[in-house]
Write a protein that binds this ligand. Sequence first.
Ligand SMILES: *Cc1c(COP(=O)(O)O)cnc(C)c1O
Length: 231
Amino acid sequence: MDITVKDNLMLIEQNIDKALQRSGRTKDKVDIIAVTKTVGIEQITEAIDAGLDKIGENRVQEFLKKYDNIDREVEYHMIGHLQSNKVKYIIDKVSLIHSLDRISLAKELDKRAKRNNLTVNVLIQVNIAEEKSKYGLKVDQVIPFIEDISQYENIRVKGLMTIAPFVEDPEEVRWVFRDLRRLGETIGNKDYKNVEMEILSMGMTNDYEVAIEEGSNMVRIGTGLFGKRNY
Ligand SMILES: *Cc1c(COP(=O)(O)O)cnc(C)c1O
């Protein structure tokens, strides 16, 4: 018998509940972003029918191709590195951009948001583990960055995002999630304009349970829902 997206989702939801219980967060909710890179329209539709209503893509071109072919009311999240010259194509289509990591991108987002008469919701991507291969600000760059971009009227900072290093045993990256949560608390305790620290987007298929134990309220899951990707 084939395992469906719905079966996978039910298992993930149970694991999320257990992780919330283990950490005493029984009243909290965790949003699941269904990461659909390389996944076809048919499976995406299956995921939406199973109850997933937040779709995450990491490439603009792939996202736009799918966007026109999905006839359901869902939220789209841009989770991958975003080039400034692509902002104009997605600004009016995405609910949240998880990967703001530089001023030049903030400027472009603010400009395009103004032109479209909207405010754009963003997370600041932080490269907690300082991996060379990953995008994101270093921890000590984040507060100066937030102070700068709180001037941009059409950008709302909703929280932080990180990608932990890939390791066999997610316990090894628990500190990454803990550091992101603490950074979010520090920022939330200050009263920056246009900044509300509501979202911690952390945890993927391999490490979402540990991330939730450390305070995540948004997990980005691809493989766990759709199986291994074929690139
Ligand atoms: C691909 C991707 C994910 C999902 O990864 P899985 O291990 O398949 O769950 C999450 N976040 C980002 C930014 C990604 O690019």
